[in-house]
Write a protein that binds this ligand. Sequence first.
Ligand code: BGC
Length: 413
Amino acid sequence: MSELMFPQDFLIGAATSSYQIEGEIYNTDWYIWEKLGHIVTGEPCGKACNSWELYEKDVQLVEEFGLNAYRMSIEWARVFPEENVIDFDALAHYKEYLATFKDKGIKTFVTLHHFTTPIWMYQKGSWENKEVIKEFLKYAYVVGRELGDNVDAWMTINEPGVVSVLGYFTGIFPPGKNSVLSTIRVTTNQLIAHAETYKLLKKLTPNVPVGIVKNITWFYSLNLFPLDKYLAWFINKLFNDNYLRGIRTGKLPFSQKRYPGLKGSIDFWGLNYYTHVWISQKLPNMAINHLPNAEKVTQTGWEWDSEGLLRAIQLLWDTLQRPIYITENGIATLKDEERVEYIKEHLAQVLEALKLGIPVKGYFYWSLIDNFEWLEGYIPKFGLAGFDHKTFERQPRKSGYFLGEILKTKKLF
Ligand code: BGC
């Protein structure tokens, strides 16, 4: 294993998102999606980990593992349950939640949009309607003003490419469309909303860095057929390149037009990295996650390839030289020893990146706790902890303590 060490100020934490852990958020597009029967088990999100009530237990977990950072998200539909209606009790709850971390010296990384959109915005066309920009800014303003004092870093949108491509191109996420034009419209609105939110938050909370969370998935053509090669290129364009190019050049997708303030509109990159995907127009949903002979395959069928993480770090750094935080990286597995291996392998790649002089500033494991894994419901176990689905008692795993040990010693062992 590498002799290299993590810098003294390196952050090691765990990540979650509001919808996946809080429970009982019934006014979002995802709730509608669940009711339409899109979750493999047919089981809805329901109470999730009941973290809305039991958030202190999650804070305790982070503390017990010895981590120094936590990534979470705010639920837009809780803050604005209806158009132009603010729920100040929900804001007070988040304030308390964030303050609990602050009191313990744990840094908080807060995402404004993690996949879910309030029903009232969904009914108006969600991310496809350009009104979303104005509405998102209202939300960002209220959250920035009310919660900013307790936040260490903002992230505007989590994995915008998943929202646009899975929601509007392959149609497996809400609203279930299959339209290239819609996908481009969504990307355009996301990029504008991001740029405007960046500007707004820099004014409201000048000392808090603002980033975006881009997940890099590598897309490979399953074979040498020109059509499949083109499809892989095109999906990469929709999923990755439109966003990277947008932030690098300030230009909106498939256009030479610059949007003012978009170019360079991040203080840091949030990088989510899991896997690669094989593309062919002959496959259902055009993609598979692993080849039949793949060796390291997770519970979700994703092939795990830690070297892809280093390449993803390099891609973001080459796109725009800004500090990088790994905002998600994790494995769904029933074997916790495998999780430990996974973490070790991926952190070794982070050390490689540091050796190359790329400023990777932190690593957040996905996830602190098993949670509602979107289409796959509660089957995949990503957590550093499990939980009892009846009592909601947290069940810490060794991998959580292992991560804390790395932070303490600053090295891999
Ligand atoms: C998402 C998480 C999700 C994780 C594992 C990421 O794409 O940001 O919400 O749970 O992958 O599936």
